[in-house]
Design a protein around this ligand. Structure first.
Ligand code: ADE
Ligand code: ZN
Ligand code: ZN
Length: 236
């Protein structure tokens, strides 16, 4: 996601933290919100000394396959990244600096896991090579899902989060079920549908924004509620 998607994810998660997780997070993040630190993993991309983390934002495997059956990248992927971050944050033998660094990455990657084009296929780099027009301007399928679609609703991240935070207990528990492996395959299936529904060079605008409103909001809501679940377990 772009900045808005990550901040919405963090802001929703903040609402569903246990007291214990809230205290641990406030200490490690020096009082900053999840939304505030959620974009850190993108901010460090410009610094070449952090290049090893660039493959950690996504995973590509053939459409129709499950993550578990797929060939793994030697550079790691979003699933191995999340596992490594959880392990680093949990282990109190690590330095505070190392735990904080991986906590910020974890908050970001749980968000990205729910951007369908981040659980994608390699041929077109998760839609980056599928050029389309967005309201008359050049874009690509990846960028549409990272930011163009979210921005089309003209809502701030706090407005989006307050809308999507309202969810009954039963539905929340359902959404929070499952593991990272279930969630990556769920995103990957959605990704396959998104590829099927556009053509290269297509002019996307109001129609697309309307048709995919529910799916976009659903993915942001899932990301936020599941981030809360992961953090509540890390700081149990
Ligand atoms: N580069 C290659 N594949 C990618 C993906 N799925 N998402 C973001 N960047 C990528
Ligand atoms: Zn992206
Ligand atoms: Zn990212």
């Amino acid at each position: 996601w772009g900045k808005t998607g990550h901040r919405v994810t963090g802001e929703i998660a903040q609402e569903y933290l246990t007291g214990k997780a809230k205290r641990a997070l406030s200490d490690l993040l020096d009082g900053h919100s999840l939304a505030f630190v959620s974009t850190f993993a993108d901010d460090i991309k410009a610094d070449r000394s952090y290049s090893k983390y660039s493959a950690w934002h996504y995973v590509n495997y053939p459409l129709g396959m499950s993550y578990k059956d797929s060939e793994k990248s030697e550079y790691g992927d979003i699933v191995t990244a999340i596992e490594e971050c959880i392990a680093k944050v949990k282990d109190k033998n690590n330095t505070r600096q190392d735990r904080v660094f991986h906590l910020k990455l974890l908050i970001h990657f749980i968000g990205d896991l729910h951007q369908p084009m981040h659980a994608s296929r390699a041929e077109d780099k998760g839609g980056n090579d599928i050029q389309v027009q967005w309201f008359g301007e050049g874009s690509n399928l990846h960028r549409v899902w990272d930011k163009n679609l979210i921005e089309s609703y003209g809502m701030t991240y706090t407005e989006l989060a307050s809308e999507l935070s309202e969810v009954g207990r039963k539905k929340r528990k359902e959404i929070q079920e499952g593991t990272i492996y279930d969630w990556v395959d769920e995103s990957h299936k959605i990704c396959a549908e998104l590829y099927d529904s556009v053509e290269v060079g297509e002019k996307l605008g109001y129609r697309y924004s309307y048709d995919y409103n529910n799916l976009l909001f659903q993915q942001l809501q899932r990301g936020g509620l599941r981030l809360a679940k992961v953090l509540n377990e890390v700081f149990k």
